[in-house]
Design a protein around this ligand. Structure first.
Ligand code: PEP
Length: 241
C-alpha cells in the first residue's frame, strides 16, 4: 500500500548557492529528463532569497520548489522572518518545517505544529522533520522521541509529508541500519496512516539510496549534501522510480 504513494526526492540546499544556481534545475532535467520521471516528484528547497529566481527554471524542468522554514504568522512585527504566504507568492509549493537545525535553534513541537498549520493555510505542503539524537538512540528512546515529535508537530489540516531524519545521521556520513530505518518508518506509518509520504533523510548518497528507497514505508528522501550537485541528485532520483 505504502509503495503506491508517489515518491518525493527533495534537496535541501540549506544556506548554500548563489544567483547562478538558477540553472541547476535545467541541469538536472538534462541528466534525468522529465519524460523518464513521470512517476516521481522532485523538489528543490533553495535559500528563500532565490525562490523567485528559481521559480521559472524549476517549472521548466518539471520540478517543485520549496522553502526551508516559515513563520507561524501571516504578517506582523517579526524581524527577519518570512510567512508561508510570502513563500507561496515567491513560487514555493512546499516548505520544510522542524528541521533538526531549526529545532536546535529553538523550534519546539508546538512551534513546528504552528508553522505546519500556517503552511497549510497558505496552500503550501509542509515537510515536517522529526528524528532522534545519538544520545536518545543510544538510550533506546528513538521510537518514543519520534512518536512524540509527530504527535506534537502535525498540522490540523491533512496533506503533509513527514521526513524522518535522525539528527546524528545528518551531514555525518553515518546511516542507521536498514532494519532501524524500517522500524521507525513502520511506526510512523502506523501513526499517520496510509496516505502520507514518509521520507528518510540523513547522509543519503547515490551509493546507499537504492537500499534505503526500497524499504516498504520509505516514500522518498530528503537530501542535504548530495542535493547540491545535480549529478548526485539525479543519480539518487533515478533509484526512486
Ligand atoms: C538534511 O540536512 O536534511 C540532510 C539530510 O543532510 P545530509 O543529506 O547532508 O545528511
Amino acid at each position: 500500500m505504502a509503495k503506491a504513494l508517489r515518491p518525493l526526492i527533495a534537496a535541501n540546499w540549506k544556506m548554500n548557492g548563489s544567483p547562478d544556481w538558477v540553472d541547476k534545475p535545467l541541469e538536472f532535467d538534462a541528466l534525468f529528463p522529465q519524460g523518464q520521471r513521470k512517476s516521481l516528484d522532485v523538489l528543490i528547497c533553495p535559500p528563500a532569497l532565490y525562490l523567485q529566481r528559481l521559480s521559472d527554471t524549476t517549472r521548466q524542468a518539471g520540478m517543485y520548489l520549496g522553502a526551508q522554514d516559515c513563520h507561524k504568522a501571516a504578517s506582523g512585527a517579526h524581524t527577519g522572518c518570512l510567512s508561508a504566504e510570502m513563500l507561496m507568492s515567491a513560487g514555493a509549493d512546499y516548505v520544510i518545517v522542524g528541521h533538526s537545525e531549526c529545532r536546535a535553534a529553538g523550534d519546539t513541537n508546538k512551534s513546528v505544529k504552528a508553522k505546519a498549520s500556517a503552511a497549510k493555510r497558505a496552500g503550501l505542503i509542509p515537510i515536517i522533520c522529526v528524528g532522534e539524537t545519538e544520545a536518545q538512540r543510544d538510550k533506546g528512546d528513538a521510537l518514543k522521541v519520534v512518536k512524540t515529535q509527530i504527535k506534537g508537530s502535525l498540522p490540523t489540516l491533512a496533506d503533509y509529508v513527514i521526513a524522518y531524519e535522525p539528527v546524528w545521521a545528518i551531514g555525518t556520513g553515518k546511516v542507521p541500519t536498514l532494519k532501524d530505518i524500517a522500524e521507525i518508518h513502520d511506526a510512523i506509518r502506523a501513526q499517520v496512516g496510509d496516505g502520507v509520504r514518509i521520507l528518510y533523510g540523513g547522509s543519503v548518497k547515490p551509493t546507499n539510496a537504492k537500499d534505503i528507497l526500497a524499504i516498504e514505508n520509505v516514500n522518498g528522501a530528503l537530501i542535504g549534501g548530495a542535493g547540491l550537485e545535480m549529478k548526485s541528485l539525479s543519480e539518487i532520483a533515478r533509484l526512486a522510480v
